[in-house]
Design a protein around this ligand. Sequence first.
Ligand SMILES: Nc1ncnc2c1ncn2[C@@H]1O[C@H](COP(=O)(O)OP(=O)(O)OP(=O)(O)O)[C@@H](O)[C@H]1O
Ligand SMILES: O=C(O)C1=C[C@@H](O)[C@@H](O)[C@H](O)C1
Ligand SMILES: [Mg+2]
Length: 174
Amino acid sequence: MVSPRAVVVGPPGSGKSTVGPLLAAALGVAFRDSDDDIVARAGRSIADIFADDGEPAFRALEEEAVATALAEHDGVLSLGGGAPLTPGTRARLAEHTVVFLNVGLAAGVQRTGLSSARPLLAGVNPRATFKKLLDERVPVYREVATVEVVTDERTPAEIVADLAARLAPAEAKE
Ligand SMILES: Nc1ncnc2c1ncn2[C@@H]1O[C@H](COP(=O)(O)OP(=O)(O)OP(=O)(O)O)[C@@H](O)[C@H]1O
Ligand SMILES: O=C(O)C1=C[C@@H](O)[C@@H](O)[C@H](O)C1
Ligand SMILES: [Mg+2]
């Protein structure tokens, strides 16, 4: 049975889709993103799935996509920002090496501010929405994570170098 070398979780804008491929390259493994799998399977954007079918329908598609990727993929797997909120996904993650990319409020708002592709942050006050999201989710990310890394004021390359060293097998560090 295969298992991802690392599963990457964290809030929107934490860098899952940016750091994930770089981490995969540093480890010499393939990269996969559960959001991309959902879009490919549904043939629609995530914003369209939320708008047409609602968040519960999206979360059901997401749980299935994540379960499939966890069973098939042996590289780095980045999850959608809300994936660990689903209890079945949390239970599956207990078996895996899970990296939590943490980002604070200011950097998170700045990094997500220019994109309209995130339906959960599309309201009138993205800062308040992002703060609520962090308050609710940080404990959930910490529950599933085996490694946590702060991403504020660090480049993706610096984060990857830190992670690659921390994820190296014990014998490779000696
Ligand atoms: N360490 C970093 N420093 C500066 N900018 C960053 C960093 N990591 C990511 N970014 C930028 O922040 C934006 C969001 O990053 P990314 O799309 O990788 O986040 P994500 O965690 O995949 O978000 P989502 O959950 O919405 O998919 C991008 O424009 C990216 O270039
Ligand atoms: O944080 C979230 O709940 C989400 C993050 C994105 O990766 C997408 O999975 C979707 O926009 C929902
Ligand atoms: Mg992403």
